[in-house]
Design a protein around this ligand. Structure first.
Ligand SMILES: [Zn+2]
Length: 193
């Protein structure tokens, strides 16, 4: 366990979150009783600590502004790999509540959830809520070959961008912009039948 956990323990209460995000997270947790908040609001001092310890790579995190939470599961494994179907279900519900996921955004940080730009800017309009998401292991989604190819190339692009991101802090703004455009393209594609 790194020292930040002792010197700057994580805040797991929802009270430090922005009201709009707190409402969305409350709904998410109500729909997924096995999910629990691992960390919510983060102080500047704790962010500096986890950054120094290497568990965060940004100086400013949405956790510090009350717009992000990290989640774990109450039942073991508490931090399962991305392939655990519980993540897929949680991420799907979160998306319908205006909450983005770290893995979806940048290919890592599966347990990180943050308010979407629309939610942060007060533009989020709730969509009809689920129908519990079917277990991905038992459902059979259909993707056209063209769609699959496009998704694969988008994934490849993200991997390359992720590599760039780690390589060069100076190109951060450019990479962010490309990632944003890539995700917009992915969202458009995923709406395709
Ligand atoms: Zn996080």
């Amino acid at each position: 366990m790194n020292t930040c956990h002792t010197t700057h323990p994580p805040d797991r209460s929802l009270s430090g979150l922005q009201p709009a995000f707190r409402a969305a997270v409350t709904q998410l947790l109500a729909l997924h009783p096995d999910a629990a908040v691992h960390e919510a609001h983060r102080t500047d001092a704790r962010q500096a600590c986890v950054r120094a310890a290497g568990s965060s790579w940004v100086t400013r995190s949405l956790h510090q502004d009350g717009w992000a939470v990290d989640i774990h599961f109450r039942t073991a494994p508490h931090f399962p790999p991305r392939s655990d179907p519980r993540w897929g279900r949680l991420i799907a519900t979160a998306a319908r509540l205006g909450i983005d996921n770290g893995y979806t955004l940048w290919g890592t940080d599966t347990n990180h959830f943050q308010a979407s730009p629309a939610l942060r800017q007060g533009r989020w309009r709730p969509v009809a809520l689920p129908a519990p998401t079917p277990d991905p292991s038992t459902s059979s989604p259909t993707l056209t070959p063209a769609c699959r190819t496009a998704l694969q190339s988008q994934l490849d692009l993200h991997s390359a961008l992720w590599h760039d991101l780690r390589q060069s802090e100076s190109s951060l703004a450019q990479v962010r912009q490309q990632l944003h455009q890539g995700n917009e393209a992915l969202r458009t594609l995923l709406k395709t039948k």
